[in-house]
Design a protein around this ligand. Structure first.
Ligand SMILES: [Ca+2]
Length: 399
């Protein structure tokens, strides 16, 4: 049986002091809340036996609540985010997947009009092509959130009922409902309500299985992007260079025609004038000195998948790399670039060799690894930032 808690999140908990404020009142009311959930699920049409099987083992889990309450205290620079999500391994693995699932991806592309490299990029970023789909049993996680979270309890309740309804409909077996603490699951991490609404049976076996059927998962992802407004054959993002000190229109929603951007001195990253139709917004995530991007309507469809511009930039760029386009031309404005997953693992092994107690090296940079980095920075007489970057890696390697 899979662990209830995946290791990446567990390292956050092991840090110690972060504990959710679960009131004794909410804990006392937990059995009644659970009984209410059973009634709701049965009323929604889920067989009593499925409901019982799903919820019989559910208990108060304050570690899960702690994870759900953790605020990202560490602001990740965009170059760290991209170095991690668009590293050489993810590009190589993605190209291998494009070859292995060429027939499926082309069929999906033909049916939904969504570029297959973008679909593969979503798959790669969401679960590392199906390798990291999450270890929480959804009924357990969602029942805890419904009964004990301080906010969005109606939302969690709805997701729990939807998850059980997927089992009732025969899309999935109950023991396939493993995912993130927030209920996203399967190859491309749909939450149950999205699954119910947008999942498709692409392989035609009569079930919508986004856990074990890669054709279903890729088809469903394309269907999602199409429903979010994807336009076939149109661009999503292009790298550009802004003039020094650029201070004109900025942002995803400030759309101008490419001719207007030309007039404002925006050029393709290789210096050529912009060509083509359609309007685009300008993103300069690290200011005019760093890489810039013109983003089109299709970028917004990617943004709909996970509301963060850095996420949509990562998907867009990974898709380009999978399609054979080069790395970004303009370097990020930093003298301490971010690390790939392989380098993060190497950094942790070096910290362990220096006798820092950070547990096992897993390539995931959590609070414990950051604390060790900060310690080592102090030892070197550097400002203690706790950031996993190229400079500290080099120092630990003795370079
Ligand atoms: Ca199917």
């Amino acid at each position: 049986m899979r662990a209830m808690i995946c290791t990446g999140l567990f390292s956050v908990l092991a840090a110690g002091p972060v504990l959710a404020q679960v009131s004794t009142g909410a804990v006392a009311a937990f059995p009644a809340c659970l009984a209410g959930l059973r009634t709701d699920a049965v009323e929604a049409g889920v067989n009593r036996a499925v409901v019982d099987q799903a919820l019989d083992a559910v208990a108060v889990d304050d570690r899960l609540l702690a994870v759900s309450e953790v605020q990202p205290e560490f602001k990740t620079p965009i170059w760290d985010y991209l170095a991690f999500l668009v590293d050489e391994r993810r590009i190589a693995d993605g190209r291998a997947m494009l070859a292995q699932y060429d027939g499926v991806l082309r069929a999906v592309e033909a049916r939904y009009g969504v570029d297959r490299h973008v679909i593969a990029a979503v798959w790669g970023v969401e679960t590392d092509y199906g390798k990291e789909t999450g270890g929480y049993f959804l009924p357990h996680a969602l029942a805890n959130l419904t009964c004990l979270a301080e906010r969005r309890t109606k939302f969690w309740r709805g997701e729990l009922i939807e998850a059980l309804t997927l089992v009732e409909r025969g899309d999935l077996a109950l023991d396939k409902l493993y995912g993130s603490w927030a209920g996203a699951f399967g190859q491309t991490q749909f939450i149950p309500s999205t699954y119910a609404r947008l999942a498709v049976d692409f392989d035609g076996d009569g079930r919508r299985d986004l856990v074990d059927s890669i054709p279903d998962a890729l088809g469903s992802t394309a269907n999602y992007l199409k429903r979010a407004g994807w336009e076939s054959g149109r661009p999503w993002m292009i790298e550009i260079k802004a003039p020094a000190g650029y201070a004109g229109p900025l942002g995803r929603k400030q759309r101008l025609a490419l001719a207007d951007w030309n007039q404002r001195g925006i050029r393709r990253a290789d210096g050529a004038r912009l060509k083509g139709q359609g309007k685009a917004g300008l993103l300069l995530p690290a200011g005019p000195a760093g890489p810039g991007f013109l983003v089109f309507d299709n970028f917004d469809a990617i943004y709909a998948y996970n509301h963060a511009e850095s996420y949509a930039i990562a998907i867009s760029h990974l898709a380009d790399r999978l399609a054979g386009y080069p790395a970004l031309r303009t370097p990020w404005p930093t003298d301490d670039p971010g690390l790939s997953r392989a380098e993060r693992l190497e950094l942790q092994k070096l910290l362990i060799a220096e006798m820092y107690d950070i547990g096992e090296a897993d390539g995931k940079i959590g609070p414990i690894t950051r604390a060790a980095i900060a310690e080592h920075e102090k030892k070197l007489g550097w400002p203690a930032t706790g950031r996993a970057g190229r400079r500290i890696l080099k120092a630990l390697k003795g370079g």
